[in-house]
Design a binder for this molecule. Structure first.
Ligand code: PMP
Length: 351
């Protein structure tokens, strides 16, 4: 019998509508030059496919440690940070104690809590998308959750919450996870704090820097915490091809990723400025690789469909934030296509 706990879950949703331009999943539009593809193919062709990969993914771990100035003992690798969210929700505290997170936010915190039968302690962000500290502390004192998640920057809102508020909440819960999936676009981090304490870890991912298809995420934390969580890890959770390709990208070809990330940050500011001057749109500032905006003249759902008709796929988030949609930042020509399509749709409303 499938439990009510699982029956009441909704599966993780993603946009699969086919479209010419896809700006819906916060990926990095990284177009690999032929010589890079060739090198990757060469490396993959050497893999002994009949063998299990290294269960500890040591060579990849070493590359991640070197690339991001960390030590291997402080790293736990996951099949995307999604897998690590599951482990954290399983490992921290007893299941009788809940999990806190401000909403709207990334859906996996709630899905993992619900799958395990843990109470979800959700507190709405304020109108300006900042944390409601008073209400959060009240909910925490009343419900006593064991774990708090913060997406930093937050998805889908794009902002980094105030550091002091995160710290104040962290003082009131036994364990805190700062999910820095979009770190490369904000440059802000809790890594130092995570390394110096037993009650805080940071999550990062390679998904938002051009390697979403490889499924590699990692947790940064104190050695003791890493050792304990490693006991929960499924054996061989990072596939052989992912270990080999991610290592190559982080060593030989990281310059390519850096170039693209810089371009996205520049483009994010341009798209923000363009959206700001459009009538019928309210745009929110972002420190990530996407932008949240509100549709003022047309229901978000309809605007979403109209943009798909123009060949541009973004995400409708009106179920989480009234009237809001989220657009990922792509290549300049993709962003232009989005802006033009949006302008075209809005123009037809004037008539
Ligand atoms: N955390 C946040 C805040 C995210 O937005 C996402 C991806 N949408 C993830 C984690 C999951 O990333 P991964 O691909 O590493 O599982």
């Amino acid at each position: 019998m499938i439990s009510d706990r699982v029956r009441s879950l909704s599966p993780y949703k993603t946009e699969t509508t086919p479209a010419r331009i896809k700006l819906s999943s916060n990926e990095l539009s990284l177009e690999l030059p032929e010589f890079v593809k060739k090198r990757l193919a060469e490396e993959v062709s050497r893999i002994p496919f009949h063998r299990y990969p290294d269960p500890e993914a040591r060579l990849l771990k070493e590359a991640i440690a070197q690339r991001f100035g960390l030590r291997e003992e402080n790293l736990l690798l996951g099949n995307g940070s999604d897998e690590l969210i599951y482990y954290l929700s399983m490992a921290v505290g007893e299941f009788s104690r809940g999990i806190f997170y401000p909403v709207p936010t990334f859906s996996m915190y709630g899905i993992s809590a619900q799958a395990l039968g843990r109470e979800r302690v959700e507190v709405r962000l304020k109108e300006d998308l900042s944390i409601d500290l008073q209400e959060s502390l009240r909910a925490i004192r009343e419900k006593r959750p064991a774990l708090a998640y913060f997406a930093y920057p937050n998805n889908p809102t794009g902002n980094c919450f105030e550091e002091d508020k995160i710290k104040s909440i962290a003082e009131e819960v036994p364990f805190t996870v700062v999910d820095e999936a979009y770190y490369h676009y904000s440059g802000k981090s809790f890594v130092e704090r995570a390394l110096s304490r037993q009650d805080t870890v940071v999550l990062r991912t390679l998904s938002k820097i051009g390697m979403a298809g490889l499924r590699v995420g990692f947790m940064v934390g104190n050695e003791e915490v890493v050792r304990e969580l490693n006991k929960l890890r499924l054996p061989f959770n990072i596939t052989f091809p992912s270990q080999v390709m991610a290592r190559l990208m982080l060593t030989e070809f990281y310059w390519l990723i850096e170039e693209h990330v810089k371009e996205v940050v520049r483009e994010r500011e341009r798209v923000y400025r363009e959206l700001r001057r459009m009538e019928g749109i309210k745009v929110y500032p972002s420190e990530a690789n996407f932008i949240l905006f509100k549709s003022l003249l047309l229901p978000a759902e309809q605007l979403h469909i109209r943009l798909v008709e123009e060949g541009v796929l973004i995400r409708d988030f009106s179920h989480m934030v009234p009237q809001c949609l989220r657009v990922s930042i792509g290549k300049p020509w993709e962003n232009d296509a989005f802006l033009e399509a949006l302008e075209k749709v809005l123009k037809t409303l004037d008539k």
